[in-house]
Design a protein. Structure first.
Length: 575
């Protein structure tokens, strides 16, 4: 079923269209329904439809939804995957795509010793240098030299990095208009999800591809623009009508996700951002839910409060020390572990909370574990597979995933690997299953390109564990119970962010994203002291509105227990 605004977005098929889709308004449902309408009602061939997304994870989810609804054949992929396919077809087939670790290794060989401490910041600057001011401490003249040497090193390696995939595609079209025309003829309808996250080169790619037919639909929410450090701009959706004055405009404002009280607080918060596109959301969820505010003297007391809440939600876990015991003893009336998310601004906060959960035996997963694709053994097997790309013949009548399993077994037999390393290499096989419908060589090209364009958020796996996520990683997800810690000035917003109007607006959007993940209960935490230094409540709490919150209060017995622990810790420091 579609509401009136969703139906308008689905049935407005010709010409440019901008869809403002607020949090919880059924954006993906609308997008999939629009694709179905094009295929079933307008008889558009699926392969003539291009759906572009921001991450591989989102592309896989979209492909899964389309396959479930019997709409296979639609080209649903990321900008980087699209660029890689076009470049391999029209430019050269044998170039390599460098992952983040490999980019760092190249840059490490270029920098002076005193510059290497800023390696990751400098690499971020190189990725955005065409449309963002450098964030490193290096002079612009030095950055130009580093950029020149970095590009020369990539050329020598016959390789492209993330940004290079996009800029090389634009250069190719600029050099050969005939190739651009062939690419434009590939698709009759283009849809772009999460348009607020696109950067300059991505916008240019979309505009050039859609220049002939102009059937371009972009979907997004400027209030959820949280990747400016990657080049995204909240004005991208506002500027769309400037580039396409005849575009149709649709706003999705009926929120099906958040309880009214939570949505009200989130909307009051984001209302403090200047120059917003108006899209007041209406809460249609009948369920009730509150914003609970928890004040703690210290981070230790805050973590004890979190553990108290977990016990209330998950049942009593006294004297239980392993996740297996927790899982067996869990009563069905309680929430699942995976129904709970604890969100934070920095990875350091998450690691400290993880340590407390581990002591109590709670199963959890962090949003940024060691990146799977950058494990030494995984990179080795990928390099081995990369060497097989250009075989003259591949076996027929066998699925790509089965072929992959055979190649991994053969590679393992040639060397000495630990059981853990072998397990990690075999974890590639489930990823390979997504390409089983393709001929093996085509599948191998696409599989390797996707492996090289994975992002941090793509490493999050759905499982029945408590989710410890950065606010950035939580985007696009939802949880019955959401807890957000660290609401102190200097942390959220960060110290430097609070002094810059644009950065402060992004910090506000970041918290807005976190708040709108909650489908039942939302808990906010702030401490009055951290690391023996006094702290102050985040200005965002007042902007949410204290009248929209209830103040959390622990049982007296729990408070006494926490205080006894604090005293014991203080006494131990004396020895």
């Amino acid at each position: 079923m579609l509401n009136l605004s969703q139906r308008k977005a689905v049935e407005t098929t010709e010409g440019p269209l901008r869809i403002l889709a607020g949090a919880g308004t059924g954006k993906t449902h609308t997008l999939v329904s629009r694709i179905g309408y094009l295929i079933e009602m307008l008889k558009v061939e699926p392969h003539k439809i291009l759906a572009l997304t921001f991450t591989n994870k989102a592309a896989r989810e979209l492909n899964h939804r389309l396959t479930e609804l019997k709409f296979p054949g639609v080209e649903a992929c990321t900008f980087h995957a699209l660029a890689a396919r076009i470049l391999r077809h029209y430019w050269k087939t044998d170039f390599a795509i460098l992952g983040k670790k490999e980019q760092e290794e190249v840059l490490f060989g270029i920098l002076y010793p005193n510059e290497k401490k800023e390696l990751r910041i400098i690499l971020s600057d190189l990725e955005l240098i065409d449309f963002r001011k450098p964030k490193s401490s290096l002079a612009p003249e030095r950055m130009e030299i580093i950029l020149r040497d970095y590009r020369a090193a990539l050329k020598k390696l016959n390789a492209l990095d993330f940004t290079g995939l996009l800029t090389k595609l634009l250069d190719l079209w600029e050099e050969d208009e005939g190739i651009l025309e062939k690419c434009q003829a590939l698709f009759s309808y283009i849809l772009v999800d999460e348009y607020q996250d696109v950067n300059g080169p991505q916008i240019q790619i979309v505009q050039k591809l859609a220049d002939k037919h102009r059937n371009l639909c972009v979907v997004g929410d400027p209030d959820q623009t949280i990747y400016s450090w990657r080049g995204s701009d909240p004005k991208s959706l506002a500027d769309f009508p400037l580039n396409y004055p005849d575009c149709a405009l649709v706003s999705l404002t009926e929120n099906y996700r958040n309880p009214p009280r939570i949505l009200k607080g989130a909307e009051e918060l984001i209302g403090h951002n200047p120059e917003r596109l108006p899209k007041p959301l209406q809460a249609l969820a009948l369920k009730q839910g509150d914003i609970s505010l928890w004040k703690s003297v210290s981070e230790s007391e805050q973590n004890e409060t979190i553990l108290h809440l977990l016990q209330n939600y998950l049942g009593s876990h006294d004297a239980m020390h392993t996740a297996d015991i927790l899982d067996v003893k869990r009563d069905e009336e309680f929430l699942k572990f995976g129904d709970i998310a604890i969100l934070y601004r920095t990875q350091a906060e998450g690691k400290r909370i993880a340590a407390e959960l581990a002591k109590r035996g709670y199963p959890y997963q962090l949003s940024a574990p060691e990146v799977f694709w950058e494990r030494k053994e995984v990179m080795e097997i990928l390099m081995h597979l990369d060497q097989l790309r250009f075989l003259e013949s591949f076996p027929e009548g066998i699925k790509f995933s089965d072929w992959m399993r055979e190649r991994i077994d053969h590679y393992v037999s040639l060397g000495k690997f630990t059981d853990s390393q072998v397990t990690h290499m075999h974890m590639l096989v489930p990823h390979a299953m997504a390409y089983d419908a393709q001929p093996i060589q085509d599948a191998l090209f696409d599989f390797l390109d996707e492996a090289r364009t994975e992002q941090d958020i793509d490493n999050l796996v759905e499982s029945d564990k408590i989710n410890l996520l950065t606010l950035h990683s939580a985007k696009g997800l939802e949880f019955p119970v959401t807890m957000i810690v660290g609401l102190e000035e200097g942390n959220l917003p960060g110290k430097k962010m609070g002094e810059d109007a644009e950065l402060l607006a992004e910090e506000r959007r970041l918290l807005y994203v976190g708040m709108t993940r909650a489908t039942r209960d939302l808990h906010l935490f702030f401490c009055t002291q951290k690391f023996a230094e006094p702290t102050f409540p985040s200005r965002f709490l007042e902007e949410i509105g204290y009248s929209n919150m209830i103040f959390g209060k622990l049982p007296e017995t729990t408070v006494r227990s926490i205080h006894r622990k604090e005293i014991r810790k203080a006494q131990m420091k004396l020895f």
